[in-house]
Ligand binder design. Structure first.
Ligand code: PBG
Length: 326
């Protein structure tokens, strides 16, 4: 008796079947929307290089928070643009600054959104570097107490997660002890442990007015050629008390996300950064790609690589697209 030869084949069938067996599933609850906060009220200043995004005063941020919650998005992450910048970035820990006020307002208006506060000094220093300078170089250890004060101020306003993005050595441990000393033992730390010196931050530096006035961030951000070094960064941050770790940018570093996913147990976030966003927007505006499909595919790739949480300027669009597909 002879049997037919079995040929390798893929599941083709119905879309319900494809849905059932899909390996990767995006869900709005795993998305975090970045927002830019300024002081004042009624302000919505569009960001030219980031269509649909704006610098907004707290009242307008609350409108965005309502939209995010209605769409089922998991959370929002706040970036502040202060009225005045100085050498050490002291507006970063002002409890009446735009970020603490936005955290309070959003926490009251939409308590189910997870509130994230980016912790860095570059938006707050007059020179645009992520820490204070000494002899023209960023002074790592002098930055630690300043970053800690900023984190405590955001935690005091009710942030669920503080996310240090400065890349100073030792900041996770410094922030953890400062939070605990201030009684914020439940505030989680998501460390931007793996942050590459990237060209894809360009539009963000317009949005946050944080381009370095001289030099670049290559002395404290990671070299794009290095993947294994990411594990070292992550292990140090875990030892210092990080609850979650982040890889940034996301798309060009999917191999790094996968490498880490296979080696660490903590929840992992990935940040689809401003340049990744703006490239898709620009191509779509020219009619060169299908915007919705490109949004979904770019986010699916990041999720498939192993990210649990994705920070994306497309969070609202992605939630709409996923809803339309249901
Ligand atoms: C630093 C910070 C940056 C981003 C998030 N946090 C910019 C930088 O390192 O220059 C970039 C995010 C993006 O490009 O969307 N505070």
């Amino acid at each position: 008796m002879s049997y037919p030869t079995v040929r390798p084949r893929r599941l083709r069938r119905t879309s319900r079947l494809r849905e059932m067996v899909a390996e990767t599933r995006l869900h709005p609850s795993r998305l975090v929307l970045p927002v830019f906060v300024v002081s004042g009220s009624g302000i919505e200043r569009p960001i030219a290089s980031m269509p649909g995004h704006a610098q907004r005063s707290v009242d307008k941020i609350v409108d965005v928070a309502h939209a995010a919650a209605d769409a089922g998005i998991g959370g929002v992450i706040f970036f502040g643009i202060p009225d005045v910048k100085d050498e050490i970035g002291s507006a970063a820990w002002d409890p009446t600054g735009p970020v603490p006020r936005a955290i309070e307002a959003v926490g009251a208006a939409e308590p189910n959104l997870v509130t994230w506060a980016d912790v860095c000094l570059c938006e707050y220093t007059s020179h645009g570097h992520c820490g204070p300078l000494r002899d023209g170089e960023v002074d790592n250890d002098a930055a630690l107490p300043l970053l800690s004060m900023a984190a405590v101020s955001y935690a005091g306003a009710g942030a669920d997660i503080v996310a240090p993005s400065d890349m100073m050595d030792g900041r996770v441990g410094a922030i953890r002890s400062a939070l605990d000393d201030a009684g914020n033992t439940d505030t989680a730390i998501c460390s931007y442990a793996v942050k590459y010196a990237s060209a894809f931050y360009g539009p963000f530096r317009d949005a946050a007015e944080s381009a370095p006035a001289f030099g670049d961030r290559r002395s404290y951000q990671m070299d794009p050629r290095n993947g294994r070094e990411a594990l070292r960064e992550v292990e140090l941050d875990i030892a210092e008390g990080a609850d979650m770790i982040m890889v940034k940018p996301a798309g060009p570093y999917q191999d790094v996300i996968r490498y880490l996913r296979d080696r660490i147990d903590l929840p992992m976030a990935a940040y689809q950064v401003s340049g990744e966003f703006s490239m898709i927007e620009a191509a779509a505006a020219n009619g060169w790609i299908d915007r919705d499909k490109a949004i979904l595919e770019s986010l699916t790739g990041i999720a498939r690589a192993g990210a649990d949480v994705i920070l994306s300027y497309f969070a609202l669009d992605a939630a709409r697209i996923l809803e339309e597909l249901r």
